[in-house]
Ligand binder design. Sequence first.
Ligand code: HEC
Length: 110
Amino acid sequence: MKFARQGVFALAAVISLPAAAAGDPAAGRTKADTCVGCHGIPYYTNAYPNYRVPKLGGQSAEYIVTALKAYRSGERSHTTMHAQAGSMTDQDMEDIAAFLATAPRHPTGK
Ligand code: HEC
């Protein structure tokens, strides 16, 4: 019984590892270069979108990673975002999400 319980704790520790290997916002800043033109991150000039693109600044990192994985797997279908996410590693996604989560919501900083 005691062993079984320790097994559960050991398993929990292993499962929580990827979440603990949190993204690096500085690395994400560079990796997000291609994203910001469309996604309206503050402090970058933005020639378009002339169509609606979700704002990602200040979005939760967990949400961003989940969305990117869904685009990569095709579970969420969108041609552009599938192409964007297709070449990303999980670490890329964590880094980009860590950067975007700390970016202000709007160019005004609000
Ligand atoms: C050419 C424009 C364009 C580029 C470049 C682009 N995106 Fe997107 N992105 C979109 C559009 C349009 C959507 C909305 C797609 C949909 O309806 O599912 C979107 C959706 C998303 C979403 C889901 C948002 C939500 O509210 O559910 C995330 C996360 C995302 N993009 C991240 C990124 C990241 C990270 C990059 C850079 C690697 C990037 N995008 C590059 C246009 C772009």
